[in-house]
Design a protein around this ligand. Structure first.
Ligand code: FE2
Length: 374
């Protein structure tokens, strides 16, 4: 784990500097099996563990890492534990979007002064590798932002965890870092959460998509993207909009039972190899019809990849003023149609693939239809 902080990472409007995503924690029904999915299917290395063997009587966590992406897979051993209540309510899902900060006490204090609700107060945890200070604030649904100060820590993850290693050879698939994390919130709540990020964390509104941008014949959604000053943290917030049939956001809310994280976008610098590897390992992606590729070059102009490769792997492409991007979306990664991953490779483009929204949502609707949820 990188312990050095990044200088000049703060711009004027930020409430406190954020150096990037620290970790993302999933509450799951079976952390042991989930950790093997991330190792075998997605090429993550196991780096740390906590459980009864380390003195954690109720909670088991496996920490997996690839590039700068750190996922914590957590379950509980006692049916009355809040973690298993969370799993019963939401299914497997994202509980924590942790932010890497320079000073967790100061960051927490400032966030609370600006109206954040506390999830837990700052405390220090120590082991032979040094110490970490953590605190947390609440965001949409039951999701929280843990603020992690780790400049005085040199261990693989955090005190309370022991270092661990994958028992099998793990083949990394090229994930570099978290590009953005998307939240789905209830009808009429998008602006409330945009305001929260603006007022509490000093984020800026980057872009707005209304239901005219994101609609098909049947369903629609609205989205606003907020970002911190250095752009390392980007949170699009979606809410459903009225359409003829049920939107994908409503389907998510029906099954997640509250607002929550919809997808996590992981950056790769070789999306062809990444997606090829994921497909070989059994990961399923949304299907885009062949006719998507017929006129795509007219829309996006010259790109380095061949259309044949993109078509073979079902990768989407879009262009903005600054460059182009390649992207693809997995099907949901658990039984409920809730959380999924986006894989993205940016060639200068800073946007989110607006040109693909229609093709993408039609593809999602086909899946919803199969589930009987359209
Ligand atoms: Fe995305």
């Amino acid at each position: 784990m990188n312990t050095a902080t990044i200088m000049n990472s703060m711009t004027e409007s930020d409430t406190f500097p954020i150096n990037g995503t620290d970790f993302i924690e999933f509450y799951v029904g079976n952390a042991k099996q989930a950790s093997l999915y991330y190792q075998h299917c997605l090429g993550f290395e196991l780096i740390a563990y906590r459980g009864p063997e380390t003195g954690s009587r109720d909670i088991v966590s496996y920490v997996v890492k690839q590039g700068k992406v750190v996922f914590v897979l957590t379950s509980a051993l006692n049916p009355n534990h809040e973690i298993l209540k969370h799993v019963a309510q939401h299914g497997d899902g994202v509980k924590v979007l942790a932010l890497w900060v320079d000073n967790a006490r100061d960051a927490y204090q400032k966030a609370i002064e600006r109206g954040a609700e506390s999830a837990f107060e700052p405390y220090k945890i120590e082991d032979e590798f040094g110490y970490i200070i953590v605190a947390a604030i609440k965001t949409y649904g039951e999701t929280i932002h843990t603020l992690v100060e780790r400049s005085n820590y040199s261990g693989p993850f955090m005190p309370g965890y022991r270092p661990a290693k994958s028992e099998v050879a793990v083949k990394p698939l090229g994930f570099k870092y978290v590009d953005h994390c998307v939240g789905n919130v209830e009808l009429g709540q998008m602006n409330r959460w945009v305001k929260f990020y603006e007022e509490v964390l000093g984020f800026k509104l980057l872009v707005t998509f209304d239901d005219k941008d994101i609609s098909t014949e049947y369903s629609a959604l609205m989205s606003k993207v907020v970002s911190n000053g250095n752009g390392y943290i980007k949170f699009p917030i979606n809410e459903p909009a009225n359409g003829k049939k049920k939107s994908q956001i409503e389907e998510y809310l029906d099954f997640y039972k509250s607002a929550g994280v919809q997808h996590i976008a992981l950056e790769t610098d070789n999306i062809l190899a990444t997606v090829e590897g994921m497909r070989k390992n059994g990961i399923e992606f949304l299907y885009v019809p062949d006719n998507y590729y017929e006129d795509v070059l007219d829309r996006v102009g010259k790109i380095d990849e061949t259309i044949e490769d993109l078509k073979r792997l079902n990768i989407l492409v879009d262009r903005d003023e600054e460059g182009y991007l390649l992207q693809i979306f997995t099907k949901p990664i658990q039984d409920r149609p809730t959380v999924f991953f986006e894989i993205i490779e940016r060639h200068g483009a800073k946007s989110f693939g607006k040109g693909n929204f229609k093709a993408l949502f039609e593809s999602i609707e086909r899946e919803q239809e199969l589930r009987g949820n359209l």
